[in-house]
Design a protein around this ligand. Structure first.
Ligand code: DI6
Ligand code: FE
Length: 404
């Protein structure tokens, strides 16, 4: 029976990212067939039984095809920038000192509150385009620079608008529990009440958020306060994730696991108990080497322990104005390898399959498999390690989002 396809990519080397690591599911003479924006076949050319009856056939001339890259942790939408704080840090101030002195996140909050939605979209577009140019087909965008209902909604709405302006899938995350706004006058418990009772229900009702995140840290919120936010999220049927153990070990990884979080992110100070809890809960570890590098952190996330406990590891840019002004997922992969000693296979799986898992969309994206969205990155490389080892070079040949 002659099956019909919209497009076929042949003469390619596929990294399907199926199998168990270190296996990337490489297929030397591979082919991907697409219909209606979805993969209908991804495998060896010799196993392809369909007729050649495709609207379009693309000869990949031996290039590599991977799943489109996924950046599963960004704060892409915000007002202003923090170049000035960068200069202060160069003079010796630490990230935490600047935050405690009233700079840091709350200075971006002021700039974000004074920006219109159109301005937020316009300032985020070049950052989005930089990611897209490297083969990113899905990314997550958090709020957290509004810290009041109207601005949090404007940020999330800007994130959704970005997804309508570019061929990319955007997943949004409400991060109202990111920092304490100045008008809360030091009352964190009262502010968390506002997050749970006003802000979160409002963004959920408007359909603006796909998940709920928080920053659990002494300069932000306690485990008890985060637990209140997570309970409110669960009541609304929203999955949770957490900025955990980035600057100190407050037991963030364990708290995230207790709430069956999709992911616990950063983890520079996570201990063995936290890792074990994540393993039991199936919570993905999202590592963010850009922030580690940029704030000159010296404690590394416990990669060995994560491997031992078979915790899945994803990698992301954490693109944000304060601790990781990074708009290159390829560079995040290089940093994951050089700074955290992740393997090439871990870095590639970490920006495809595991990033999809961390967003709860593994059924739709993250691997080359029949039934999933046809999101592809086609690379001018000879071996997969080239995606990780270069610094500041982009070998992307073509990018395909939902078959286009
Ligand atoms: N951890 C981070 O690295 C970012 N947010 C967070 O909770 C930093 C955000 C910023 O400094 O603006
Ligand atoms: Fe972050």
């Amino acid at each position: 029976m002659a099956e019909r396809f919209d497009r076929i990519w042949h003469n390619a080397r596929l990294a399907t990212v199926r199998g168990d690591l270190p296996d990337l599911g490489v297929i030397e003479r591979g082919l991907v067939a697409m219909r209606d924006g979805r993969i209908v076949f991804a495998g060896a050319q010799t196993d392809f039984l369909g007729s050649a009856d495709a609207v379009e056939r693309v000869d990949c001339e031996g290039r590599w095809i991977t799943p489109g890259l996924i950046d599963c942790h960004t704060h892409l939408v915000y007002g202003g920038n923090r170049a000035h704080e960068f200069e202060l840090r160069l003079q010796g101030a630490s990230y935490e000192e600047i935050a405690r002195a009233g700079g840091g996140i709350v200075s971006t909050v002021a700039a974000t509150r004074s920006a219109s939605e159109a301005e937020l979209v316009a300032s985020a577009l070049p950052r989005l385009d930089a990611l897209i140019a490297e083969g990113v087909t899905t990314l997550e965008i958090k709020s957290g620079y509004g810290l009041n209902t109207a601005t949090e909604m404007r940020q999330l709405s800007a994130a959704r608008t970005l997804g309508r302006n570019r061929p990319v899938t955007i997943r949004t995350t409400f991060l109202g529990a990111h920092a304490l706004p100045p008008e809360a006058q030091g009352d964190k418990d009262r502010y968390i009440g506002l997050v749970c009772e006003e802000m979160l229900p409002a963004v959920a009702k408007a359909g603006l958020t796909d998940a709920v995140d928080g920053f659990m840290e002494s300069i932000a919120f306690s485990g008890e306060q985060m637990a209140r936010v997570f309970c409110a999220a669960k009541t609304l049927g929203l999955p949770v994730k957490l900025h955990a153990d980035q600057l100190s070990n407050l037991g963030g990884a364990a708290l995230a696991a207790q709430f069956s979080a999709l992911s616990a992110d950063h983890l520079e100070h996570t201990d063995a108990a936290g890792v074990a809890a994540m393993a039991r809960a199936g919570t993905v570890a999202v590592l963010l080497p850009g922030a580690f590098y940029f704030i000159r952190e010296t404690n590394k996330p416990p990669v060995e322990l994560l491997r031992e406990h078979r915790v899945n590891i994803a990698l992301a840019t954490d693109c944000n104005p304060g601790s990781s002004p990074l708009t290159s997922l390829l560079l995040a992969m290089n940093m994951g390898a050089t700074l955290f000693r992740m393997t090439v296979a871990e870095c590639l799986a970490g920006t495809t399959r595991e990033a999809a898992r961390a967003l709860g969309i593994l059924g739709e994206a993250g691997t080359l498999e029949a039934g999933k969205w046809c999101d592809l990155a086609i690379w001018d490389i000879e071996r997969s390690a080239e995606l990780v080892y270069r610094i500041g070079f982009n070998p992307l040949h073509r990018r395909v989002w939902r078959g286009q």
